[in-house]
Design a protein around this ligand. Structure first.
Ligand code: MN3
Length: 249
């Protein structure tokens, strides 16, 4: 079928439906229904896609525009849609996001565990990156910088350990810098969309920095070269945001 023909049929169907609805309900009620559907979209407690704090092409050339756009509007959105469609009662939408993660244990249904992780991890990942055109802020300074130096000897030692662990994740997962219960910094990894707040995590703690090493995060630009993606990602880390997360640990 040609595009013109398809569009014509689509328009006809829409006109037919709205005409039928107008006939049955009148224009005022149609407007009221539209209002209801808007209300549903922003229903309190339901999750919505956080805006990206920069343009899709802002992290070029290290992370490409197409990857950012698909990653944000398709992958991140899909986790949110699946979570919002979870059966009523299976999930408390009124908890804050960290608490939602902290409640996840071995008895949590996979739909909740995977999609809550997907929603939370990406919501954290976006603001932990930013364009750094002047290359002035490519390492942690302040309190986090001091803590990294005392926990890992030097910033380069930290970077090497983080990169190595991210590279070695088998399949899909995330690499994290966390503050553990003893107030120490630790680098850890989680499979799939798990995160260190969850009860099921091997190393539990509060995230300070995270890196998505699912292939969808880099494959369009880097194909199988995960190591190149990781080494380029250091150019777009938002250390101010990491410092903020560390101070509010
Ligand atoms: Mn991802």
């Amino acid at each position: 079928m040609s595009d013109n023909r398809r569009n014509f049929l689509k328009k006809s169907a829409l006109l037919g439906l709205s005409g039928l609805a107008t006939g049955l309900l009148g224009n005022e009620k149609i407007a009221a229904l539209e209002h209801v559907s808007e209300t549903f979209a922003s229903e309190p407690g339901k999750l919505s896609l956080p805006a990206l704090p920069y343009a899709y092409d802002a992290l070029e050339p290290f992370i490409d525009k197409q990857t950012m756009e698909i990653h944000h509007t398709k992958h991140h959105q899909a986790y949110i849609d699946k979570l919002n469609s979870a059966a009523p009662g299976s999930f408390d939408f009124n908890d804050d996001d960290s608490t939602k993660c902290r409640k996840i244990d071995t008895s949590t249904p996979p739909l909740i565990r995977n999609n809550m992780g997907g929603y939370f991890n990406h919501s954290l990942f976006w603001p932990l990156m930013k364009p750094n055109p002047d290359k002035k802020e490519l390492k942690a300074l302040g309190k986090l910088g001091d803590a990294i130096n005392s926990n890992f000897k030097t910033f380069d030692d930290f970077k090497k350990e983080f990169s190595d662990k991210a590279l070695k994740i088998f399949g899909s997962g995330w690499c994290w810098l966390i503050v553990d219960e003893k107030n120490a910094l630790k680098i850890t990894t989680t499979p799939n969309q798990d995160n260190p707040l969850m009860k099921i995590a091997g190393d539990q703690g509060k995230p300070v920095l995270c890196l998505d090493v699912w292939e969808h995060a880099y494959y369009l630009k880097y194909q199988n070269k995960r190591a190149d993606y990781i080494s380029n990602w250091w150019n777009v880390v938002n250390w101010e945001k990491a410092e903020e997360l560390y101070k509010h640990k």
